[in-house]
Design a protein around this ligand. Structure first.
Ligand code: IMP
Length: 193
């Protein structure tokens, strides 16, 4: 029998844990996710790659964790708003929220409603523990209105490309099939195998 590999995922976001757990459980992958609810400060940097890398370094140094672990940082990038909210996605969501983004997009039509979700997974492997980064991207558009009750964050205003639905109108399984997070996590799994 192949023994299960355990992977520590550090986040305070239960929605991310749910998505990653379902991905790990799918297709008999022999991965068990061990969730650690550790709240680390998120640096405000211009690139989410740097945010993920610095967060992983911070956790490693602060906690002295000896095991392999990963974290992830995600941003919503809207080209018509020069990439906003991008690395400021968490702050913008807490302040103006989805309604605020829709207002900023009120005069944007067609191609100008394009948007990209990007997730950067930072994996610190024991014993070396220098973070290795994996990027996943999902292309789509900002919906005209808030739709759906599933998911979290910007999901109710993000329509995946070619789909009629927002991520919030999809099941976790449907979102996982195409999402930025699943694409980054799949790259981590490829690396591990
Ligand atoms: P962070 O990765 O937790 O810093 O996320 C930044 C912001 O993007 C937060 O407001 C999250 O709620 C939001 N966010 C992160 N991942 C997703 C997602 O998969 N869908 C929708 N919003 C997300």
């Amino acid at each position: 029998m192949v023994s299960k590999r355990e992977l520590i995922f550090i986040t305070t976001n239960s929605h991310k844990v749910k998505e990653i757990n379902e991905l790990a459980d799918a297709e008999s992958r022999n991965i068990t996710i061990l969730h650690r609810d550790y709240d680390y400060p998120e640096l405000q940097l211009d690139e989410i790659e740097a945010v993920a890398q610095e967060s992983a370094n911070y956790i490693r140094e602060k906690t002295g964790i000896e095991d392999s672990f990963f974290i992830e940082d995600t941003g919503l990038f809207i080209p018509a708003l020069n990439g906003f909210p991008g690395p400021f996605s968490a702050f913008v969501f807490r302040t103006i929220g989805n309604e605020g983004i829709l207002k900023l997009m009120a005069d944007k039509k067609g191609e100008a409603r394009k948007a990209t979700f990007k997730t950067v997974v930072a994996f610190c492997e024991a014993p070396q523990k220098t973070p290795v980064l994996f990027v996943g991207i999902a292309e789509g558009r900002i919906a005209e209105e808030i739709r759906g009750r599933g998911g979290f964050g910007y999901d109710p205003i993000f329509e995946f490309e070619g789909a009629e639905k927002t991520f919030a109108e999809m099941s976790t399984e449907e979102k996982n099939h195409v999402s930025h997070r699943s694409r980054a996590f799949e790259k981590l799994l490829d690396y591990l195998s």
